[in-house]
Design a protein. Sequence first.
Length: 147
Amino acid sequence: MMMVKHIENGTVIDHIDGGKALEVLKLMGGPNSSTVVIAVNVPSTKHKKKDILKMEGVYVDERKLDLISLIAPSATVNIIKNGKLVEKRPVKLPTEVSGVLTCLNPKCITNKDREPVTTKFTVEKEPLRLICVYCNKEFEGTSLLTA
């Protein structure tokens, strides 16, 4: 039996692919000053192993949800307020991600200081690929997230 204290206000991300919780935590900006509980490679009936991330006082916005879905497409985000579950939703892989990733192509217009262009990538699911809308450079998996 696993004994982990409940959080009063914050976010619980469940069903993270096994071994990916630290990547998700990095996307969330690290532990900062909030209490964070990480459970790694927990036995799961749905998946062989899963990770769980609990963050006191931290809430996930839509942009973060999109990024989480790129790392953990089967994750579920639970919002807790006053010790009660108030919202539960699975993440969905977006068709497009804008303004949160950097194109690794040095010749891309989004990397030119004189051109104020927001990055935009289309997302292809199988296999996971991100394609820059401006230079058409393709990036596999989560390579842009770890760069």
